[in-house]
Write a protein that binds this ligand. Sequence first.
Ligand code: ADP
Ligand code: MG
Length: 407
Amino acid sequence: MDTADKKSGPGGRRVSSIERILGRIDDLDSTNLAILVQRLARERALFEMLFNTIDEGIIVIDDAGTVEYANSAGMRMVGLRANETGTAVLWKLVPDLARSLNFLPGGEDTLAPNITRDAEVFYPEHRWLRLQFSRIPLPEKKTAPARFVVILRDITADKNSTEEMIESERVNSIFTLAASVAHEIGNPLNSMKIHLELIRRKLEKTTLPEKAAGTVKNSLGVCLEEISRLDEILKNFLGAIRPQKPALARTNLLEVVLDVLGVQKAELENRNIRCSMTQVSKELPVVLGDVSQLKQLVFNVTKNAMEAMQDGGSIAIETDCDDAFVFLRVKDTGCGISRDDISKIYEPFFTTKDNGHGLGMMIVMRIMREHGGQVGIDSEPGKGTTVTLQFPKPEARARMLPSAGKS
Ligand code: ADP
Ligand code: MG
């Protein structure tokens, strides 16, 4: 401990009374000890009061999910009583979590250091929580079991309002702007396409040396192809940012993934990235979804996975089913996401890339919500990230539809 330094360093910061006493720890007699205990208790009470004034829930759990500490907001959100700290298990208070964390308490698996999940709780009242898990750094000797601090935010209001429109007015106005820019780009593109076609026709009637004709024809072909590609991007972009009700149909996620990987094949090869696909459960990963939105979703997630890897790496895509959900997991071996960034990942325009736009994950979240699903992220900086897309099974989704259509 560096307390001695602080005591002897007159130019340093103010030394707290407890530190002063600890500095004299050698001659700690019973009077000093009593004072120390009293002051520690007072400081603890102060911190507890501070934590209890925060709107966010704060819960500390051990690696088995046992709650070691919870502030007032945290207790309220998960329905924990004061005398239950030390015994209550978070996975039991929020049952959705254990399944979506893909974590077997007491099993081999350990949790990634940075995790975010949305979960629905029904007790003490129905609400949606966004939980952010951060592993508390272990002391030098790594014998102690891992502990996590969990920050809980109530996102119920947010969830309810998304049917009307995405997060906020700011986003809305930027979307309108983006949509009009995209629209404006569409017009000149169209006219370029028409003129290129005209040139092509003119060329057919002109006699050019054979070699030159070949080159010109080739270049024209490239220009036309690129224009259709831009057209496609614009259409996708407009489609993604306009709030559209998904046109739901039974869709096999494996087919969606294969389609998207087909489009990204060249980029995967250029970046020297291996990509594998595994169907974990025998059951086909069929969901009720809008094919083009699902493609957009998978595209955004795999694109991020690719961009997270500078010099090659691998992307492992897994589909899985349990009795209620279909899961699509995209695991990369990229740079990972820091504790600070993971809480901002769905914010519009949050990007850590020089040429990123920061809309991808927000669109992912929006599409998942429109499909009655959820997104989870598990990440370890320097090692990689797993994005889990959790869809309700078609039977469950069909049951949810009447209420979803109401708003
Ligand atoms: P963009 O890709 O344009 O930056 P996104 O909304 O798609 O915007 O992603 C936001 C940010 O989230 C990224 O800039 C990156 O920092 C982080 N991120 C998303 N996915 C991953 C991933 N698989 N690995 C590492 N970081 C990621
Ligand atoms: Mg992106």
